[in-house]
Design a protein around this ligand. Structure first.
Ligand code: HEC
Length: 132
C-alpha cells in the first residue's frame, strides 16, 4: 500500500510539469477556432462579455473558481476553492463532470491534449476587463 502511494505520487510529480508545458505551448489562434466551435454556444469572452449559459470567461486564468459576478454557479464550482491556472483548466476541460461533481457545465470534455492547450492559450490572452 505504502509502495503504491509512493509510486502514484512519483507519477503525478512527473505528469504535472508536462501538463503545464502543454498549456504554455498552446496556439491561441487554433484555440480561438476551437472556442468558437465548442465553447461559444455557452460562454462569452472579450470586450463587454456577459454571463450567458455559462459565466463570462475574461481573466479566467488567475480567477478564483465560481466568482464571476452575477452568475449563479453550482455548489460544486462555487465551493471548489481553487484559482484557475493552466493545470486546473487542463483537468477541468478534460472532463468537467469528473473534476467537479454536480457541475452545471454539460460538456463531455476535450479529449486531445493539444486542443486543451490551444484553448487555454486562447483564454489566457484575455485580461479581466476583456482586453488582450
Ligand atoms: C453547454 C454549455 C457549455 C459549454 C459547451 C461549455 N461550458 Fe463552460 N460552463 C458552463 C456552465 C453552465 C458553467 C458553470 C458551471 C457550474 O457552475 O457548475 C461553466 C463553467 C466554466 C468554467 C468555470 C468558470 C468559473 O468562473 O469558475 C470554465 C473555465 C469554463 N466553463 C470553460 C469552458 C470552455 C473553455 C469550454 C469549451 C471548451 C466550455 N466551458 C464549454 C457551460 C458550458
Amino acid at each position: 500500500m505504502k509502495f503504491k502511494y509512493a509510486a502514484m505520487v512519483a507519477t503525478l510529480a512527473m505528469i504535472a510539469p508536462l501538463a503545464s508545458a502543454f498549456a504554455a505551448d498552446g496556439d491561441p489562434a487554433a484555440g480561438e477556432t476551437l472556442f468558437k466551435q465548442k465553447c461559444a454556444v455557452c460562454h462569452k469572452i472579450g470586450p463587454g462579455a456577459t454571463n450567458f449559459v455559462g459565466p463570462e470567461l475574461n481573466g479566467i486564468v488567475g480567477r478564483v473558481a465560481g466568482t464571476a459576478p452575477g452568475y449563479s454557479f453550482s455548489d460544486g464550482v462555487k465551493n471548489a476553492g481553487w484559482t484557475w491556472d493552466a493545470d486546473k483548466l487542463n483537468v477541468w476541460l478534460t472532463n468537467p463532470k469528473a473534476d467537479v461533481s454536480g457541475t452545471k457545465m454539460i460538456f463531455a470534455g476535450l479529449p486531445k491534449d493539444t486542443d486543451r492547450a490551444n484553448v487555454i492559450a486562447y483564454l489566457a490572452q484575455f485580461k479581466a476587463d476583456g482586453s488582450k
